[in-house]
Write a protein that binds this ligand. Sequence first.
Ligand SMILES: [Zn+2]
Length: 111
Amino acid sequence: MGMIAKSFSRKGMECGKCGHLAGEASLSFQGHEINGWKCRCGEEYFNPEQAQKILTLNKLKNSKFEVKVGQIRSNLIVRIPKEVEEALGLRKGEEMLLGVLEGRKIELMGK
Ligand SMILES: [Zn+2]
């Protein structure tokens, strides 16, 4: 089943189910590979930071944001909402692909 880890140390974490020390492992969380700990009893504990990121990402999936076209000098700009920036881990200077679709649609893809 698995749960999101609440506290852990570098060495591992004590399993809340059986008390043994769960070792580091690569786990599957909602279709994504993330780090965590797996106990010999089979219980899995997900890295809370990584799991939270996926939960936020899933929450934003297929959502739409109203944005306004602005202008800096001769270029039109669109601001990326903070929550999207954080969920995707976007950084200034990152290169992305901008695609033009039918019906005045634009898509922006991370590389
Ligand atoms: Zn256990």
